[in-house]
Design a protein around this ligand. Structure first.
Ligand SMILES: [Cu+2]
Length: 382
């Protein structure tokens, strides 16, 4: 039987060990090159990924400014257009011709029962000279609604008629009452009557409380109710009611009336900020006092969102009933008081020297948008 030596073709041992060495070395070298190559590849891929990632924001940002299609992209913040300060050319004449909201505190009706009737109506009003706006407001008044003045302990009988196109309601901050019954929605063409006793003296906001309340207040559905303390307050010479509020417009309101821009209302981006519904109306038509007289301001911040930081330039409040807490003694020698949105406060100020004394919300962005008036003391030279 033939044997077939397995190592017949094997080289000599010395030769064999040398060959194996080179073979292993070559293999290791190849492996090393492969490994280095592999890592190089990984690093290259990684670098490329990083570069792409760095480039991404710029690439993503570009389409956002590219066109209207992106208006539907929820990741894109829409531009909100401001119409602040935009008035027609004859604005100065229109401001003079405007009949200002009567800020004078009306007298308290006699008797134990005070009947108040209001009709809500969709109506166009001016909120600044030549700037018209589609309100949901109060027939015969616009916005704010009528000033209601009662005495502590009187009963208010409120009748609200809805002459508008959608449901509305009326919420009196001066009442202690179940809101789900008294402040419920009233359908168009219908009315509601409810009674409440005015137990707590102060100056209070009333407003439509129908959802979304932001829209109903922003559209002009608010006013002030004053509950005079039974024992009275120190006697003063002049009493004025100021309701602060702001307007959010979807157009400039000049060629056609503007309506509410809800996105701007949510963003707190007001176009006009007012006392008694019209920008700067008491600058053109100042409230008045005589030198040495004391003037009382009953102030409500209707909002919907802004506070009124009430201050009279050139004067210091002799008495300030902060938060309209008339049951406690007033603060004295106060310069500026925050009247929170939905709140009120009462201020007495005695001014001796003739002059023009601006009353403002000292949040000056709001002055810039129209929340300023003048108290004209005596007959100062213009
Ligand atoms: Cu309403």
């Amino acid at each position: 039987m033939a044997s077939y030596p397995v190592n017949r073709h094997h080289p000599p041992a010395s030769e064999t060990s040398s060959g194996a060495f080179w073979m292993v070395a070559t293999m290791l070298l190849g492996l090393a090159v492969a490994v280095v190559g592999f890592f190089a590849l990984l690093m290259w891929a990684d670098a490329r990924e990083s570069r792409d990632a760095a480039a991404q924001p710029a690439e993503a940002a570009a389409p956002a400014t590219a066109g209207q299609d992106d208006a539907t992209n929820s990741n894109t913040a829409l531009p909100l257009n401001s119409f602040a300060g935009v008035v027609p050319e004859n604005a100065a004449e229109l401001a003079v011709a405007h009949k200002p909201y009567d800020a004078t505190l009306p007298p308290v009706p006699a008797g134990d029962l005070v009947k108040v009737q209001m009709t809500l109506k969709d109506m166009v009003v001016e909120v600044a000279p030549g700037v018209r706006y589609n309100t949901w407001a109060f027939d015969g008044h616009g916005a704010p609604g009528p000033i209601v003045h009662v005495r502590e302990g009187q009963t208010v009988e409120m009748t609200l008629k809805n002459g508008g196109a959608i449901p509305h309601s009326i919420d009196f901050h001066a009442a202690r009452i179940a809101p789900d019954i008294a402040f419920k929605d009233v359908m168009p063409g219908e009315s509601i009557t409810y009674r409440f006793k005015a137990p707590d003296p102060g100056v209070y906001m009333y407003h439509c409380g129908t959802k979304p309340v932001l829209a109903h207040i922003a559209n002009g559905m608010y006013g002030a109710i004053i509950v005079e303390p039974k024992a009275g307050l120190p006697k003063v010479d002049n009493e004025y009611v100021l309701v602060g509020s702001e307007w959010y417009l979807n157009g400039d309101g000049i060629k056609e009336p503007a309506s509410l821009d809800m996105a701007k209302a949510r963003a707190r981006m007001a176009d006009w900020v007012t006392f008694n519904g019209y920008a700067n109306q008491y600058v053109t038509h100042p409230l008045t006092a005589k030198p040495g007289e004391t003037t009382r301001f009953w102030v409500v911040a209707a909002g919907p969102t802004n506070n009124v930081n009430f201050h009279v330039v050139g004067a210091i409040f002799d008495r300030a009933w902060v938060n309209s807490d008339l049951a406690s003694p007033p603060q004295k020698g106060v310069q500026t008081v925050v009247v929170p949105a939905g709140g009120g406060a009462v201020f007495d100020v005695k001014i001796d020297a003739e002059g023009l004394y601006p009353f403002v919300s000292h949040a000056f962005a709001d002055v810039d948008l129209g929340q300023v008036g003048l108290l004209k003391v005596g007959n100062p030279k213009e």
